[in-house]
Design a protein around this ligand. Structure first.
Ligand code: CU
Length: 350
Protein backbone atom coordinates (compact mmCIF):
# COMPACT_ATOMS: atom_id res chain seq x y z
CA UNK A 1 0.00 0.00 0.00
CA UNK A 2 1.27 3.44 -0.88
CA UNK A 3 3.70 2.08 -3.48
CA UNK A 4 1.36 0.94 -6.24
CA UNK A 5 2.67 3.56 -8.66
CA UNK A 6 6.22 2.30 -8.35
CA UNK A 7 5.17 -1.37 -8.40
CA UNK A 8 3.22 -0.91 -11.63
CA UNK A 9 5.99 1.21 -13.12
CA UNK A 10 8.43 -1.64 -12.51
CA UNK A 11 6.21 -4.19 -14.20
CA UNK A 12 3.29 -5.22 -12.03
CA UNK A 13 0.53 -4.80 -14.60
CA UNK A 14 -1.15 -7.26 -16.91
CA UNK A 15 -4.34 -8.65 -18.31
CA UNK A 16 -6.66 -11.55 -17.74
CA UNK A 17 -8.50 -12.59 -20.87
CA UNK A 18 -11.83 -14.01 -19.82
CA UNK A 19 -14.16 -15.92 -22.11
CA UNK A 20 -17.31 -17.88 -21.54
CA UNK A 21 -19.61 -19.92 -23.74
CA UNK A 22 -21.60 -16.87 -24.66
CA UNK A 23 -18.61 -14.73 -25.67
CA UNK A 24 -17.22 -17.64 -27.71
CA UNK A 25 -20.55 -18.07 -29.49
CA UNK A 26 -20.05 -14.89 -31.56
CA UNK A 27 -16.96 -16.30 -33.31
CA UNK A 28 -14.98 -13.14 -32.75
CA UNK A 29 -11.30 -13.32 -33.69
CA UNK A 30 -9.73 -15.49 -31.02
CA UNK A 31 -6.38 -16.83 -32.14
CA UNK A 32 -4.05 -15.43 -29.53
CA UNK A 33 -1.20 -13.45 -31.01
CA UNK A 34 -2.54 -13.88 -34.53
CA UNK A 35 -5.87 -12.08 -34.73
CA UNK A 36 -6.50 -11.61 -31.00
CA UNK A 37 -3.86 -9.30 -29.58
CA UNK A 38 -3.62 -7.93 -26.05
CA UNK A 39 -2.10 -4.46 -25.82
CA UNK A 40 -0.98 -2.95 -22.54
CA UNK A 41 -0.26 0.74 -23.09
CA UNK A 42 2.11 2.48 -20.70
CA UNK A 43 4.32 5.54 -20.66
CA UNK A 44 7.74 5.89 -19.08
CA UNK A 45 10.65 8.23 -18.60
CA UNK A 46 14.13 6.76 -18.79
CA UNK A 47 17.36 7.69 -17.09
CA UNK A 48 20.51 7.88 -19.22
CA UNK A 49 21.49 4.38 -18.15
CA UNK A 50 18.18 3.00 -19.41
CA UNK A 51 16.58 2.55 -16.00
CA UNK A 52 13.12 3.94 -15.30
CA UNK A 53 12.95 7.45 -13.94
CA UNK A 54 10.29 7.49 -11.26
CA UNK A 55 10.68 10.87 -9.65
CA UNK A 56 8.18 11.64 -6.99
CA UNK A 57 8.40 15.30 -7.81
CA UNK A 58 5.30 17.24 -6.86
CA UNK A 59 3.88 17.37 -10.41
CA UNK A 60 4.28 13.60 -10.58
CA UNK A 61 2.09 13.26 -7.53
CA UNK A 62 -0.41 16.00 -8.21
CA UNK A 63 -0.88 15.37 -11.93
CA UNK A 64 0.19 11.75 -11.88
CA UNK A 65 3.36 10.31 -13.36
CA UNK A 66 3.72 10.92 -17.08
CA UNK A 67 6.40 9.46 -19.30
CA UNK A 68 7.68 10.77 -22.60
CA UNK A 69 8.07 7.33 -24.19
CA UNK A 70 5.16 5.03 -25.01
CA UNK A 71 5.55 1.32 -24.36
CA UNK A 72 3.14 -1.30 -25.64
CA UNK A 73 3.59 -4.68 -24.00
CA UNK A 74 6.92 -3.36 -22.79
CA UNK A 75 8.15 -2.46 -26.26
CA UNK A 76 9.34 0.92 -27.47
CA UNK A 77 8.25 1.96 -30.99
CA UNK A 78 6.05 -1.11 -31.35
CA UNK A 79 4.50 -2.67 -34.39
CA UNK A 80 2.63 -5.87 -35.06
CA UNK A 81 2.38 -7.68 -38.37
CA UNK A 82 -1.16 -8.86 -38.97
CA UNK A 83 -2.27 -11.60 -41.32
CA UNK A 84 -6.03 -11.45 -41.11
CA UNK A 85 -8.45 -8.90 -42.44
CA UNK A 86 -10.04 -8.47 -39.03
CA UNK A 87 -8.14 -8.42 -35.74
CA UNK A 88 -9.35 -8.07 -32.20
CA UNK A 89 -7.36 -5.75 -29.94
CA UNK A 90 -7.85 -6.08 -26.20
CA UNK A 91 -6.45 -2.86 -24.84
CA UNK A 92 -5.58 -1.98 -21.25
CA UNK A 93 -4.46 1.47 -20.26
CA UNK A 94 -1.81 0.27 -17.81
CA UNK A 95 -0.31 3.73 -17.41
CA UNK A 96 0.08 5.32 -14.03
CA UNK A 97 -1.89 8.41 -14.97
CA UNK A 98 -2.05 9.15 -18.68
CA UNK A 99 -5.37 9.30 -20.50
CA UNK A 100 -5.30 8.16 -24.12
CA UNK A 101 -7.72 9.28 -26.81
CA UNK A 102 -7.45 6.41 -29.26
CA UNK A 103 -8.20 6.57 -32.95
CA UNK A 104 -7.01 5.31 -36.32
CA UNK A 105 -4.77 7.54 -38.42
CA UNK A 106 -6.64 6.62 -41.61
CA UNK A 107 -9.83 8.21 -40.31
CA UNK A 108 -11.74 4.94 -40.16
CA UNK A 109 -13.96 4.69 -37.13
CA UNK A 110 -13.07 2.32 -34.32
CA UNK A 111 -15.32 -0.69 -33.99
CA UNK A 112 -15.85 -1.17 -30.26
CA UNK A 113 -17.12 -4.49 -28.94
CA UNK A 114 -16.15 -4.53 -25.29
CA UNK A 115 -15.48 -2.45 -22.20
CA UNK A 116 -13.65 -3.19 -18.93
CA UNK A 117 -15.56 -6.29 -17.87
CA UNK A 118 -17.82 -7.43 -20.71
CA UNK A 119 -18.73 -7.28 -24.32
CA UNK A 120 -21.10 -4.50 -25.26
CA UNK A 121 -24.75 -5.24 -25.94
CA UNK A 122 -24.14 -4.19 -29.51
CA UNK A 123 -21.02 -3.24 -31.45
CA UNK A 124 -20.48 0.50 -31.72
CA UNK A 125 -18.52 2.67 -34.12
CA UNK A 126 -16.68 5.63 -32.65
CA UNK A 127 -14.08 7.96 -34.09
CA UNK A 128 -12.27 8.20 -30.76
CA UNK A 129 -12.20 6.23 -27.53
CA UNK A 130 -10.88 7.89 -24.39
CA UNK A 131 -9.23 5.48 -22.03
CA UNK A 132 -8.27 6.47 -18.50
CA UNK A 133 -5.78 4.60 -16.32
CA UNK A 134 -7.09 1.11 -15.56
CA UNK A 135 -9.78 1.19 -18.23
CA UNK A 136 -10.02 -1.44 -20.98
CA UNK A 137 -11.57 -1.51 -24.40
CA UNK A 138 -11.93 -4.22 -26.99
CA UNK A 139 -11.76 -3.22 -30.63
CA UNK A 140 -12.12 -4.98 -33.92
CA UNK A 141 -9.84 -3.47 -36.55
CA UNK A 142 -10.54 -4.16 -40.19
CA UNK A 143 -7.50 -3.88 -42.42
CA UNK A 144 -6.57 -3.89 -46.05
CA UNK A 145 -3.69 -5.79 -47.61
CA UNK A 146 -0.34 -4.05 -47.64
CA UNK A 147 -1.67 -0.96 -45.95
CA UNK A 148 -0.38 -0.09 -42.49
CA UNK A 149 -2.57 1.66 -39.96
CA UNK A 150 -1.38 3.56 -36.92
CA UNK A 151 -3.37 3.34 -33.75
CA UNK A 152 -2.88 6.85 -32.43
CA UNK A 153 -3.50 8.87 -29.33
CA UNK A 154 -5.01 12.28 -30.03
CA UNK A 155 -5.35 15.35 -27.79
CA UNK A 156 -7.84 14.79 -25.03
CA UNK A 157 -10.90 16.86 -25.91
CA UNK A 158 -11.95 17.16 -22.29
CA UNK A 159 -8.88 17.17 -20.11
CA UNK A 160 -6.29 18.72 -22.38
CA UNK A 161 -4.87 21.52 -20.38
CA UNK A 162 -3.52 20.01 -17.24
CA UNK A 163 -3.55 22.50 -14.42
CA UNK A 164 -2.49 25.66 -16.16
CA UNK A 165 0.73 27.68 -16.29
CA UNK A 166 3.50 26.49 -14.05
CA UNK A 167 2.26 22.93 -13.86
CA UNK A 168 2.77 21.97 -17.46
CA UNK A 169 6.08 20.23 -17.98
CA UNK A 170 6.08 20.54 -21.75
CA UNK A 171 6.26 17.66 -24.16
CA UNK A 172 3.87 14.93 -23.24
CA UNK A 173 3.17 16.04 -19.71
CA UNK A 174 -0.40 16.93 -20.47
CA UNK A 175 -2.86 15.19 -22.72
CA UNK A 176 -2.41 17.64 -25.57
CA UNK A 177 -0.15 15.66 -27.88
CA UNK A 178 -0.77 13.46 -30.89
CA UNK A 179 1.46 10.40 -30.99
CA UNK A 180 1.40 6.82 -32.27
CA UNK A 181 0.57 3.93 -29.95
CA UNK A 182 1.31 1.02 -32.27
CA UNK A 183 1.66 0.42 -35.99
CA UNK A 184 -0.52 -2.31 -37.43
CA UNK A 185 1.38 -3.62 -40.45
CA UNK A 186 -0.19 -5.90 -42.98
CA UNK A 187 0.90 -8.19 -45.76
CA UNK A 188 -1.42 -10.08 -48.05
CA UNK A 189 -4.33 -10.63 -45.71
CA UNK A 190 -6.41 -13.75 -45.30
CA UNK A 191 -9.98 -12.69 -45.81
CA UNK A 192 -12.27 -12.97 -42.84
CA UNK A 193 -15.98 -12.83 -42.28
CA UNK A 194 -16.56 -9.15 -41.61
CA UNK A 195 -20.19 -9.43 -40.62
CA UNK A 196 -21.01 -9.00 -36.98
CA UNK A 197 -24.07 -9.84 -34.96
CA UNK A 198 -26.12 -6.73 -34.38
CA UNK A 199 -26.61 -7.79 -30.81
CA UNK A 200 -23.97 -9.31 -28.59
CA UNK A 201 -24.70 -10.05 -24.93
CA UNK A 202 -27.50 -9.05 -22.57
CA UNK A 203 -26.35 -7.02 -19.62
CA UNK A 204 -28.01 -6.40 -16.29
CA UNK A 205 -30.18 -3.35 -16.73
CA UNK A 206 -30.34 -1.87 -13.25
CA UNK A 207 -32.56 1.18 -13.12
CA UNK A 208 -32.36 4.11 -10.69
CA UNK A 209 -35.79 3.15 -9.39
CA UNK A 210 -34.35 -0.12 -8.08
CA UNK A 211 -31.60 1.59 -6.12
CA UNK A 212 -31.90 1.44 -2.35
CA UNK A 213 -29.78 4.54 -2.03
CA UNK A 214 -27.26 6.86 -3.63
CA UNK A 215 -23.86 7.28 -2.07
CA UNK A 216 -21.73 10.23 -3.06
CA UNK A 217 -17.96 10.17 -3.32
CA UNK A 218 -16.28 13.55 -3.63
CA UNK A 219 -12.67 13.41 -4.77
CA UNK A 220 -10.42 15.78 -2.82
CA UNK A 221 -6.98 17.13 -3.62
CA UNK A 222 -5.08 19.60 -1.53
CA UNK A 223 -4.12 22.05 -4.26
CA UNK A 224 -1.00 23.26 -2.60
CA UNK A 225 0.22 26.68 -3.62
CA UNK A 226 -2.48 27.02 -6.20
CA UNK A 227 -4.97 29.05 -4.29
CA UNK A 228 -7.52 26.28 -4.34
CA UNK A 229 -7.12 25.00 -0.81
CA UNK A 230 -10.69 25.91 -0.09
CA UNK A 231 -11.87 22.97 -2.14
CA UNK A 232 -11.05 20.52 0.58
CA UNK A 233 -12.41 20.35 4.04
CA UNK A 234 -9.38 20.99 6.22
CA UNK A 235 -11.19 19.78 9.33
CA UNK A 236 -11.34 16.21 8.10
CA UNK A 237 -8.86 15.98 5.26
CA UNK A 238 -6.02 14.01 6.77
CA UNK A 239 -3.69 13.71 3.81
CA UNK A 240 -2.76 15.16 0.48
CA UNK A 241 -5.64 13.48 -1.28
CA UNK A 242 -8.79 11.74 -0.27
CA UNK A 243 -12.40 10.91 -0.88
CA UNK A 244 -15.18 12.60 1.08
CA UNK A 245 -12.49 14.32 3.12
CA UNK A 246 -10.69 11.18 4.23
CA UNK A 247 -7.43 9.75 3.04
CA UNK A 248 -7.11 5.99 2.91
CA UNK A 249 -6.62 4.35 6.29
CA UNK A 250 -6.46 0.59 6.77
CA UNK A 251 -8.14 1.07 10.13
CA UNK A 252 -11.19 2.85 8.71
CA UNK A 253 -14.17 1.28 6.97
CA UNK A 254 -15.65 4.16 5.02
CA UNK A 255 -18.84 2.47 3.80
CA UNK A 256 -21.00 -0.50 4.74
CA UNK A 257 -23.10 -1.88 1.93
CA UNK A 258 -25.95 -4.31 2.63
CA UNK A 259 -25.64 -7.58 0.74
CA UNK A 260 -28.07 -7.82 -2.13
CA UNK A 261 -28.68 -4.12 -2.46
CA UNK A 262 -28.65 -2.16 -5.67
CA UNK A 263 -27.00 1.22 -5.22
CA UNK A 264 -26.11 4.29 -7.21
CA UNK A 265 -22.63 5.62 -6.54
CA UNK A 266 -22.22 9.21 -7.58
CA UNK A 267 -18.60 10.27 -8.03
CA UNK A 268 -18.08 14.01 -7.87
CA UNK A 269 -14.94 15.68 -9.10
CA UNK A 270 -14.50 19.31 -8.07
CA UNK A 271 -10.79 19.29 -8.96
CA UNK A 272 -9.29 20.62 -12.22
CA UNK A 273 -8.01 17.14 -13.22
CA UNK A 274 -9.82 14.10 -14.53
CA UNK A 275 -9.70 11.10 -12.21
CA UNK A 276 -10.20 7.45 -13.04
CA UNK A 277 -12.48 5.97 -10.40
CA UNK A 278 -12.16 2.22 -9.78
CA UNK A 279 -14.32 0.00 -7.57
CA UNK A 280 -13.33 -3.49 -6.43
CA UNK A 281 -15.76 -6.41 -5.85
CA UNK A 282 -18.44 -5.41 -8.32
CA UNK A 283 -18.96 -4.46 -11.94
CA UNK A 284 -21.14 -1.47 -12.63
CA UNK A 285 -22.95 0.25 -15.42
CA UNK A 286 -22.53 3.95 -16.06
CA UNK A 287 -25.86 5.74 -15.69
CA UNK A 288 -24.85 9.22 -16.75
CA UNK A 289 -22.27 12.01 -16.73
CA UNK A 290 -23.78 15.27 -15.57
CA UNK A 291 -27.11 13.85 -16.68
CA UNK A 292 -25.90 12.91 -20.16
CA UNK A 293 -25.86 9.30 -21.32
CA UNK A 294 -22.47 7.57 -21.41
CA UNK A 295 -20.58 7.07 -24.67
CA UNK A 296 -21.12 3.72 -26.43
CA UNK A 297 -17.76 2.31 -25.27
CA UNK A 298 -18.88 2.90 -21.68
CA UNK A 299 -22.11 0.95 -22.02
CA UNK A 300 -20.71 -2.43 -21.09
CA UNK A 301 -19.99 -3.67 -17.60
CA UNK A 302 -17.22 -1.62 -16.10
CA UNK A 303 -15.17 -1.28 -12.95
CA UNK A 304 -13.32 1.93 -13.80
CA UNK A 305 -14.71 5.21 -15.06
CA UNK A 306 -13.23 8.58 -15.96
CA UNK A 307 -14.67 11.45 -13.97
CA UNK A 308 -13.88 14.69 -15.72
CA UNK A 309 -13.00 17.97 -14.01
CA UNK A 310 -15.92 19.65 -12.29
CA UNK A 311 -18.35 16.94 -13.21
CA UNK A 312 -20.21 14.03 -11.67
CA UNK A 313 -20.68 10.49 -12.90
CA UNK A 314 -23.35 8.14 -11.60
CA UNK A 315 -22.84 4.39 -11.74
CA UNK A 316 -25.23 1.67 -10.64
CA UNK A 317 -24.54 -1.84 -9.46
CA UNK A 318 -25.76 -4.71 -7.34
CA UNK A 319 -23.75 -5.99 -4.39
CA UNK A 320 -24.87 -9.55 -4.94
CA UNK A 321 -22.22 -11.69 -3.28
CA UNK A 322 -18.89 -12.00 -1.45
CA UNK A 323 -20.14 -10.51 1.80
CA UNK A 324 -17.63 -10.31 4.64
CA UNK A 325 -17.88 -8.06 7.68
CA UNK A 326 -14.13 -7.81 8.25
CA UNK A 327 -12.35 -7.97 4.93
CA UNK A 328 -13.01 -4.82 2.97
CA UNK A 329 -12.90 -3.90 -0.67
CA UNK A 330 -11.32 -0.75 -1.99
CA UNK A 331 -12.49 2.02 -4.19
CA UNK A 332 -9.89 4.46 -5.43
CA UNK A 333 -8.57 6.77 -8.06
CA UNK A 334 -6.70 4.72 -10.64
CA UNK A 335 -4.16 7.52 -11.14
CA UNK A 336 -1.69 5.52 -9.14
CA UNK A 337 0.05 8.49 -7.56
CA UNK A 338 -3.33 9.69 -6.32
CA UNK A 339 -4.17 6.27 -4.95
CA UNK A 340 -0.80 6.17 -3.21
CA UNK A 341 -1.39 9.65 -1.80
CA UNK A 342 -4.63 8.48 -0.19
CA UNK A 343 -7.39 8.90 -2.77
CA UNK A 344 -8.88 5.59 -1.74
CA UNK A 345 -11.44 4.22 0.67
CA UNK A 346 -12.72 0.90 1.95
CA UNK A 347 -16.14 -0.73 2.05
CA UNK A 348 -17.51 -3.96 3.40
CA UNK A 349 -20.50 -5.88 2.11
CA UNK A 350 -22.53 -7.20 5.02
CU1 CU B 1 -7.01 10.94 -9.13
Amino acid sequence: MGRTGEQVLRGLAGLFLIEDEESLSFHLPSQYGVDDIPLVIQDRRFNRDGSFDYMSAMPDIMMGYKGNVILVNGTVDPHVVLRRQRTRLRILNGSNSRIYTLGRDDGTQLLVIGSDCSLLERPARQRRVRLGPGERVELLVDLQSNRAVQLMSYPDPVNAGGMGPGMMMGGMAGNTETFPIIELRTMELETANLTLPERLIELPNWTPGQAARTRTFTLNMAMMGMGMGGMMDRRTMDGLMGINGYSMSKSRINEEVPLGSIEIWEIRNATPLAHSFHIHDIQFRVLDRDGNPPLPNERGLKDTVLVDPRSAVRVITEFADFADPTHPYMYHCHILEHEDAGMMGQFVVV
